[in-house]
Design a protein around this ligand. Structure first.
Ligand code: FMN
Length: 206
């Protein structure tokens, strides 16, 4: 995308381990001047996992949770539009709503299966299905280990339908200083697939 253009990006955070990855993706999208709007959907299970992994306190059911996830004072909070995963009538449920694409980070095996089989039973699954039918980028940061044959087959099916699988595996060759730097590099690799290359991302020089 041209630097002068601004786009909307959909971010879904599901209940796989890796709430910090979802938070990192949210922060990077919100802070990106080329992104006009972030349509955010956090699954109920993602809230539970975030409570376990990020220590966000007991109250993860409230509407302010997505902004608590981002953290007070973070750049670009005003451009985040948070959607209820049950709201199948939200903007991103329609192909007529323009988006640059959708990131699911982390993506649980359950959501992967639903996307691979076109279930569209909640807003995350429907928005992903819309990306596939509209031939828009759909980036799935699939997280599980080890992988069963069911998981692997679903990754193949999703890839055949047009999704791109980003298994949550760190790069080691960038010698990231810590987990946060590693997560930023991982998210940067994903955002490059949306036409949003990130300043400061590591590029192998050979
Ligand atoms: C602490 C915790 C960690 C989990 N880690 C994973 C994981 O890495 N991958 C996965 O597919 N599911 C994981 N799960 C299970 C999912 O949360 C569960 O399958 C859920 O139904 C996913 O729903 P969602 O895709 O709607 O968020 C984890 C659950 C908990 C509580």
């Amino acid at each position: 995308m041209a630097d002068s253009e601004q786009c909307a990006v959909t971010l879904a955070i599901t209940g796989a381990s890796g709430a910090a990855l979802g938070r990192c993706a949210l922060a990077m999208l919100a802070a990106d001047a080329r992104v006009r709007r972030v349509d955010l959907v956090v699954s109920a299970h993602a809230r539970r996992v975030a409570r376990e992994e990020l220590g966000l306190g007991e109250d993860v059911a409230g509407p302010d949770f997505p902004l608590r996830l981002l953290g007070a004072g973070a750049a670009g909070a005003a451009k985040i539009v948070s959607h209820d995963p049950a709201n199948i009538g939200a903007s991103i449920a329609s192909g007529s709503y323009p988006t640059a694409g959708m990131v699911v980070a982390p993506c649980s095996m359950g959501t992967l299966a639903a996307i691979a089989h076109g279930l569209s039973d909640n807003l995350i699954e429907r928005a992903a299905d819309v990306c596939l039918k509209e031939r828009r980028p759909l980036l799935l940061a699939a997280r599980e280990t080890p992988l069963s044959l069911v998981h692997l087959r679903n990754m193949v099916a999703a890839t055949e339908a047009g999704a791109r699988i980003f298994p949550v595996i760190p790069a080691f060759y960038d010698r990231a200083a810590d987990l946060q730097a590693s997560l930023r590099q991982f998210v940067a690799r994903m955002l490059a697939h949306l036409g949003l290359p990130q300043e400061g991302a590591f590029h192998w020089q050979g």
